[in-house]
Design a protein around this ligand. Structure first.
Ligand code: SF4
Length: 84
């Protein structure tokens, strides 16, 4: 996995379409965010747009496995852990 800055200095992702997180297929929370409801805002505001801000994404890039219930905003989802 490799994330590089574009020549214009903006963050660029060489592994996937611009604006879409490369971890969508294996992130245990993305499926939850895809359901109708309040959590859907995470998909819109992070997963399919500004994913570089996501706390889960940042930990994964650093080689740290995020807590199962870690939300993109850095708070913990107050539910049972998600199994995948
Ligand atoms: S929650 Fe974060 S790591 Fe998971 S798919 Fe969305 S942006 Fe990517």
């Amino acid at each position: 996995m490799m994330v590089m800055a574009a020549e214009d200095g903006s963050p660029g992702d060489v592994n996937g379409p611009a604006g879409t997180c490369e971890f969508i297929d294996r992130c245990p929370l993305f499926e939850l965010f895809s359901l109708p409801g309040a959590l859907n805002s995470y998909k819109i505001n992070y997963c399919t747009s500004d994913f570089q801000r996501c706390a889960r994404y940042q930990r994964a890039l650093a080689g740290v496995k995020p807590a199962q219930n870690l939300l993109p905003c850095g708070k913990l989802l107050n539910r049972r852990p998600i199994r995948r």
